[in-house]
Write a protein that binds this ligand. Structure first.
Ligand SMILES: [Zn+2]
Length: 106
């Protein structure tokens, strides 16, 4: 379990994030989805939480948030030796409804 006062791995990625902006604390960012059972309000929050789950090696969270029809049956991210470099969200287009779309590159 990641300390809640540590920087969140997602870095608070956003197309609007200033270059020198501090990363949010994990406890105020992705932990509410990964550990708290909250649902992401938009695609950007979902992408951040998925990226953080990859870094944390949390396969269970990724499976829970992934359509079973499309996720790889052998999905296993528990090997945390992968060096994740960061998340950059290039664009996010909020919609009037609860759904939104976005593109990201990790
Ligand atoms: Zn986060």
């Amino acid at each position: 379990m990641k300390p809640r006062d540590a920087e969140c791995h997602c870095g608070g990625a956003s197309p609007l994030k200033r270059p020198n902006a501090k990363a949010p604390r994990y406890g105020a960012c992705c932990s509410r989805f990964i550990e708290g059972g909250a649902f992401a309000a938009n695609a950007m929050e979902m992408m951040r939480s998925r990226y953080t789950a990859y870094v944390l090696g949390n396969t269970a969270y990724l499976r829970a948030m992934w359509d079973p029809a499309t996720y790889p049956p052998d999905l296993d991210v528990s090997d945390t030796s992968t060096c994740w470099l960061g998340l950059e969200i290039k664009r996010h287009t909020p919609r009037a409804t609860a759904q939104s779309s976005g593109r990201a590159r990790a």
